[in-house]
Design a binder for this molecule. Structure first.
Ligand code: XUL
Ligand code: CO
Length: 441
């Protein structure tokens, strides 16, 4: 099959500007446009998720698939290779430069580990061939350590050493494949790394074992020439009741305890942030201030639902505040915006996949434009600067420099008297209105 046969209804998507009525066009994403000193594609680093885009067929707990993703073949290996060809066609048509994958998204499983590895190698070979004529890069690779029944009690936190060893072997192979495809980053999402009940769980051993698992993977990755970082993707629950990588703050504490902060960063997913009871921006800011901001799984949830709906992100308010955080963090050094998102079950045509990506990419492109406008406008930065200005001189400067002692502060407070006059309004509504001014002018 030639490279353009898999999505026949989808043309090459071009930037046509905000007034375009063409659904197969970008209104805000203009890949080569320089904005803030770099091209939009360099800043946004969009990535396709292999599992949702090439594999997920709309199956849910109550019904079977609604989308046909055979891509012209039902023979498992030919199907896997056609998925790769189709992915490259879609990335080309959408101007997406990166992709992310689980080992088992790429190739079907074999009878045993050796056969799994062989099949994976064969598909990876095909992808490497496709990469010769199209510069699609791996943003990160990861091993699926949650689907197979052997991982029912976890992988790197399994109570069973044999399962732990099997998982480690899978990670080793997946790091090799990630490197073969030119990837420099490797990800861990601990879907089953957690527990259902403490009645049967040795939490201390599981956490120590998880750290050993990550350390071995880090060392092997570095040996294989992996130059980027290892990501941990926090998520509080689902499928496990309590997941160890609950949120960014929890992951930071874990990385510090086990001496992994240098090599690890977080991959923040919008819908996981809200499941943890945080905003997306809270998670991004927590990562930034702790120096572990890495990458983003771009999607949105439904706040009326308590699970991970992985919807394509279209809420421009959210994408703007997200891009503001990304800019504050200095942009993506290793990661990018990976669409860990799928079209709704009812949006079942192949065209819907492209339309969903266009919606998500445009929402982020507009978010980036608006975030740059917010920074240029300066109203928010000025307000924050002013709000903390008492730390610039006098007693505030002594607190920040670490010179002040608690005795000195007591003396200061005794001399100063009531301090309510030092407190100003937070002006939240005014600031929200300023944000609207920039968003909707
Ligand atoms: C699950 C999730 C995963 C990771 C990769 O909620 O987000 O798809 O991104 O394993
Ligand atoms: Co994710």
């Amino acid at each position: 099959m030639s490279k353009t046969d898999f999505f026949p209804g989808v043309p090459k998507i071009k930037y046509e500007g905000p007034d375009s009525k063409n659904p197969f066009s970008f209104r805000y994403y203009n890949p080569e446009e320089k904005i803030g000193g770099k091209t939009m594609r360099e800043i946004l680093r969009f990535s396709l998720s292999w599992w949702h885009t090439m594999c997920a067929d709309g199956t849910d707990m109550f019904g079977r698939g609604t989308v046909t993703k055979t891509f012209g073949s039902t023979d498992p290996m030919e199907h896997a290779k056609n998925k790769a060809r189709a992915a490259f066609e879609l990335m080309d048509k959408l101007s997406i430069d990166y992709f992310c994958f689980h080992d088992r998204d790429l190739a079907p499983e074999g009878r045993d580990l050796a056969e799994c590895n062989e099949k994976l190698d064969e598909v990876a070979e095909e992808i490497a061939k496709l990469q010769k004529s199209q510069p699609a890069k791996v943003l990160w690779g990861t091993a699926n350590l949650f689907n197979h029944p052997r991982y029912m009690h976890g992988a790197g936190t399994s109570p069973y050493a044999d399962v732990y060893a099997f998982a480690a072997a899978q990670v080793k192979k997946c790091i090799e494949v990630t490197r073969k495809l030119g990837g420099d980053n490797y990800l861990f999402w601990g879907g089953r790394e957690g527990y259902e009940t403490l009645l049967n769980t040795d939490m201390g051993l599981e956490l120590d074992n998880m750290a050993r698992f990550l350390t071995m993977a880090r060392d092997y990755g570095r040996k294989q020439g992996l130059k980027g970082v290892f990501f941990i993707e926090p998520k509080p629950k689902e499928p496990t009741k309590h997941q160890y990588d609950f949120d960014t703050a929890t992951v930071f504490g874990f990385l510090q305890k086990y001496g992994l902060v240098e090599d690890f960063r977080v991959n923040i997913e919008a819908n996981h942030a809200t499941l943890a009871g945080h905003t997306f921006q809270h998670e991004l800011a927590t990562a930034r201030v702790n120096g572990i901001f890495g990458s983003i799984d771009a999607n949105q949830g439904d706040l009326l639902l308590g699970w991970d709906t992985d919807q394509f992100p279209t809420n421009v308010y959210e994408t703007t505040l997200c891009m503001l955080e990304v800019l504050k963090a200095g942009g993506f050094r290793y990661g990018g915006l990976n669409f860990d998102a799928k079209a709704r079950r009812g949006s079942f045509t192949l065209d819907d996949i492209a339309l969903s990506y266009i919606a998500g990419m445009d929402a982020f492109a507009l978010g980036l434009r608006k975030a740059l406008e917010i920074r240029e406008d300066g109203v928010l930065d000025r307000f924050v600067e002013e709000r903390y200005s008492s730390y610039k001189q006098g007693i505030g400067a002594r607190i920040v420099s670490g010179e002040a002692t608690i005795e000195e502060l007591e003396q200061y407070a005794l001399n100063r008297g009531e301090v309510l006059d030092a407190v100003s309004s937070g002006r939240q509504e005014y600031l929200e209105n300023e944000l609207n001014r920039i968003l909707f002018h």
